[in-house]
Design a protein around this ligand. Structure first.
Ligand SMILES: Cc1cc2nc3c(=O)[nH]c(=O)nc-3n(C[C@H](O)[C@H](O)[C@H](O)COP(=O)(O)OP(=O)(O)OC[C@H]3O[C@@H](n4cnc5c(N)ncnc54)[C@H](O)[C@@H]3O)c2cc1C
Length: 589
């Protein structure tokens, strides 16, 4: 296939990804009469946002006193002071408005007896800058993401967004001045490529949870958009910070929402001890996720784990009673009964930390524009390119995300990017001339996976990558494991060149898609392990046994990983928009 023969479609804007981030932007744009294309490799309502359980944070103060400034403080502290305070202020101020907007879009939030939106306590939340526990998470039972995604999809259908369902984005295309002008995508059913030209392109492709063997993520979360940005010459930010959620079903990885602990559930070790009281005397089971995950890993390592292999702890919620569990946590009960035959009304759930959330990603400013460094802290936007949601790093989560802040992030910055694109379209009314060479590059990648090698299968290699990442770059890291991790992932990347697609005689499209995904995973595995090796401190989710302390003097900076393996840094934006900076201090819960 040559660029000349390629089928082409033109839109004002191309949104790659139909999760909450992509659909919130697309809705904003379509309602403003822009001609919007949304490409998704799965049917939109199967995007991973559908799996979000516990809820979305906003200081509505419906249950206990609250305000956005306390939410901001908790988020900065939760980020272990690596979050950018201008973006965090913007997000926390916008939150209440965005919840109301979602409600008007059709999200059936759970209710209090007085009719107001129900809010549950989540980890890392406080009143009055570190005081009593707050209750800030707005929930639709334990199926909040499902409710949000379906409502946003319906609003997009109504606004006439054009959906390309089950199309896989391969690579971005640009003009000779570096303007991003759309992408080459592949129709999964037919294997036919298509060029979607657009005046602006938004990446909203979600996270890369499939890097790790035990994870809470869907099979599709392979970080495609982040890898596309990397191949387009954009360095990716803070990839060493990967969140391990404390309560995955032991041995399986599926998520048991923090909402369970928010409703009053708690963790015990083999002696029945409520061990979080030792690690976080004040917040206990509702300490920040990195703190709780490390505590569980230590309990198991020191021999206080449960079960025949002493390899997990127990999450108790029987004491909440059948009524609360059925009303507030029905999905969790279903999941525990289906996957491990445990009814949490009667017995505790075995849990262990599981890979969950990509804090790093494509660097953006708070308008969703993708930015690259110019030196001395200055940045410039890549013209025409935007990113929002879990694939982006704006950075509101810094080194550790607070539960309930991601659904918020995707709608706040989805909307902000939508608004910025509308302004951009008003000023740039005509399509620019594409550089045909950039199309050929994307097509060459396509051609690469038309041939099968005779090495191991894509699936075997993917599993090995996941095992290596878990062993060498998991909850606890050392120089030794990370040096080994870099060598092992580099060796796997070599083996990728000769990988065997599923069927030797005929290369099916799905096998090609899996090869593209593995290529993306491999690039981001390298980004993660190399960025982790370079950062010689412990901060948030990045826990170095050999450098156990946070080192603000040397390391309060964002990392930037380039495709050639180089790691560079840029400053944290510590100045908020209107309030005073929260300076770093010891992080205790
Ligand atoms: C089990 C679970 C529970 C969670 N619970 C909560 C919670 O209670 N509260 C909270 O705040 N956060 C929660 N999170 C996190 C939150 O749900 C996610 O971070 C967020 O939904 C991500 O949204 P997104 O729009 O960025 O991406 P996603 O929803 O992951 O969507 C990505 C989209 O990109 C598309 N895509 C990807 N690659 C390609 C490609 N190459 N070509 C075409 N399309 C592509 C996919 O098809 C999909 O449409 C949870 C996460 C998990 C895993």
């Amino acid at each position: 296939m040559t660029a000349m023969k390629l089928v082409r479609r033109k839109f004002d804007t191309l949104v790659i990804g139909a999760g909450g981030g992509g659909l919130r932007s697309a809705m904003q744009l379509a309602q403003a009469d822009a001609n919007v294309a949304v490409v998704s490799k799965v049917f939109p309502t199967r995007s991973h946002t559908v799996a979000a359980q516990g809820g979305m944070n906003a200081a509505l103060a419906n249950v206990v006193p609250d305000n956005w400034h306390w939410h901001m403080y908790d988020t900065v502290k939760g980020s272990d002071y690596l979050g950018d305070q201008d973006a965090i202020e913007y997000m926390c101020r916008a939150a209440s408005h965005l919840v109301v907007e979602l409600e008007h879009a059709g999200v059936p939030f759970s209710r209090l007896d007085n009719g107001k939106i129900y809010q549950r306590p989540f980890g890392g939340q406080s009143q009055d800058f570190g005081g009593a526990q707050a209750a800030r998470t707005c929930a639709a039972a334990d199926r909040t993401g499902h409710a949000i995604l379906h409502s946003l999809y319906q609003q997009n259908i109504r606004a006439k967004t054009h959906f390309f369902d089950e199309y896989f984005a391969i690579d971005l295309v640009k003009d000779s001045d570096g303007y991003i002008l759309g992408a080459v995508v592949l129709e999964i059913e037919t294997g036919e490529p298509l060029l979607i030209e657009a005046k602006t392109t938004l990446l909203a492709t979600g996270g890369v949870g499939q890097l790790f063997r035990t994870n809470t993520n869907a099979h599709i979360n392979t970080g495609d958009g982040i890898a596309m940005a990397l191949r387009a010459g954009i360095p990716v930010q803070d990839m060493e910070f990967f969140q391990f959620h404390p309560t995955g079903i032991a041995g399986k990885g599926m998520l048991i929402t923090e909402g369970v602990r928010g409703e009053g559930g708690y963790l015990v070790n083999k002696d029945g001890e409520r061990f979080m009281e030792r690690y976080a005397p004040h917040a206990k089971d509702l300490a920040s996720r990195d703190v709780v995950s490390r505590a569980i890993a230590i309990e198991v390592r020191e021999g206080r784990g449960c079960g025949p292999n002493a390899d997990h702890v127990m999450l108790k919620l029987e004491h909440l009673g059948a009524e609360v569990i059925k009303k507030r946590l029905p999905g969790i009960r279903d999941m525990a009964m289906t996957f491990i035959g445990v009814d949490p009304i009667e017995e505790p759930i075995p849990v262990f930390p599981t890979a969950h959330y990509t804090m790093g990603g494509i660097p953006t400013n708070r308008y969703g524009q993708v930015v690259v460094p110019l030196g001395e802290g200055a940045e410039e936007p890549i013209p025409g390119l935007y990113a929002v949601g879990e694939c982006a790093c704006v950075s509101v989560h810094g080194a550790n995300r607070l539960g309930g802040n991601s659904l918020l992030d995707i709608v706040v910055f989805g909307r902000a990017a939508g608004n910025h694109i509308i302004e951009h379209l008003a000023e740039h009314r005509y399509h620019r001339q594409l550089d045909e060479g950039s199309i050929d590059q994307a097509l060459a990648r396509l051609a690469r996976w038309e041939q099968s090698g005779d090495g191991e299968s894509v699936d075997e290699l993917r599993q090995e990558l996941q095992r290596v990442m878990e062993e060498d770059c998991g909850v606890f890291r050392t120089e030794e494991t990370l040096v080994q991790g870099v060598a092992r992932v580099e060796a796997l990347a070599e083996r990728l060149q000769n990988v065997r697609l599923k069927d030797q005689s005929k290369v099916f499209n799905t096998a090609r898609i899996e090869a593209f995904e593995l290529e993306n995973l491999m690039a981001l595995g390298l980004a993660t392990v190399k960025s982790a090796l370079a950062r010689k401190e412990s901060r948030g989710a990045h826990s170095r046994v050999d450098y156990p302390d946070r080192d603000d003097e040397r390391w309060m900076k964002h990392s930037l990983y380039y495709e050639d393996g180089r790691v560079d840094y840029k400053p944290v934006r510590t100045k908020p928009l209107t309030v005073d900076t929260f300076p770093p201090k010891a992080r205790v819960y």
